[in-house]
Design a protein around this ligand. Structure first.
Ligand SMILES: [Zn+2]
Length: 320
């Protein structure tokens, strides 16, 4: 199994375009940038999947040699315009949330010949009925949306288990998704020229959207080597379920949005603790991680207020 980090920043990236905080100033001075949270994963090095699609996903893909299209121009001129020109190792996109910083990049993938997207019923509903990314994308390319409840098998020998770790809705969905709205009209519009929604077309699973499978952690297991990695770059709390989910994993990529509970206020003067914003601070995660000595924990999804450096902080381009 190979995991390539395309982007290791929280929403806004590092530096954020309109921020002159210490971390952003230093990043500009050093040219040390972080794109927003996206990774590419493959079991066999041939079939690749994105985990999330950040607004700057195009830059991340261009920086990732494994995702280069091919075979490209053929020797024979007659074949030069054949399908080989648009062959891509990218087989699909797995979404861990419906947040803008994880999904806007889908629109930048509209040149795809087809695009397969894996998401929970909750995330699918949000991106279909509230913020219509899927119907919009479907006007440009064929998309297949597959509902992920507990697990899926991917091409290239990867199995994926999913765990709901948070129920915080994206800001755009807070007003629209009242319990009443969900009961009356919250089901995804499917059929026609719109996106094909896996097995969720009957509305099954939408009943749980009041709470909702908004934020997921994914455990990726290589069927051949049994190596496993947990991707949990948005983690509001370290629950017993999450503790069991990471148990025995070789690697875990954790939420590094904030280093400490009060970081945002200290750095910007704005109110709000890390946990109130849906992100367990690294200081707390490290205590929990210490109970799993056989597992390597690293942090990604760093906010531009987080000055953390060290061996357990990933950078764009890292191969895990
Ligand atoms: Zn900043």
């Amino acid at each position: 199994m190979r995991i390539r980090v395309l982007g290791s920043a929280a929403g806004g990236g590092v530096p954020q375009w309109n921020c002159a905080c210490r971390v952003c100033r230093q990043a500009r001075a050093e040219g040390n940038f972080r794109l927003q949270d996206t990774a590419a994963v493959s079991g066999d090095g041939t079939a690749w999947y994105l985990i999330n699609a950040a607004p700057d996903v195009r830059a991340g893909i261009l920086d990732t040699p494994e995702l280069a299209p091919g075979p490209g121009l053929r020797d024979t001129p007659e074949l030069a315009s054949g399908p080989g020109l648009r062959d891509t190792p990218l087989r699909g996109v797995l979404l861990t949330t419906a947040e803008l910083d994880h999904t806007l990049g889908l629109l930048s993938l509209r040149e795809a010949i087809r695009l397969r997207i894996y998401a929970t019923a909750t995330v699918t509903m949000a991106l279909t009925s509230v913020f219509p990314v899927f119907p919009t994308l479907a006007q440009y390319t064929g998309i297949d949306v597959h509902e992920v409840s507990d697990g899926i098998a991917l091409d290239g020998g990867l199995d994926v288990q999913r765990l709901t770790v948070g129920t915080k809705r994206p800001r755009y969905a807070r007003a629209d998704l009242s319990e009443e709205g969900l009961a009356e009209g919250g089901s995804p519009k499917v059929g026609g020229s719109g996106p094909k929604v896996g097995e969720s077309g009957d509305g099954r699973g939408l009943g749980s959207c009041g709470r909702g499978d908004w934020v997921s952690a994914l455990r990726l297991t290589d069927r051949a080597t049994k190596k496993s990695l947990v991707y949990a770059t948005c983690l509001p709390e370290w629950t017993e379920d999450f503790d069991a989910f990471v148990d025995g994993a070789d690697e875990v990529l954790l939420d590094g949005t904030f280093g400490t509970e009060d970081e945002l206020t200290l750095m910007t003067g704005r109110p709000g603790t890390a946990r109130s914003m849906g992100h367990l601070p690294m200081s707390v995660s490290r205590e929990h991680a210490g109970r799993h000595p056989g597992t390597r924990f690293r942090f990604s999804h760093l906010n531009n207020t987080n000055p953390a450096v060290g061996d357990d902080i990933v950078a764009d381009g890292d191969l895990l």
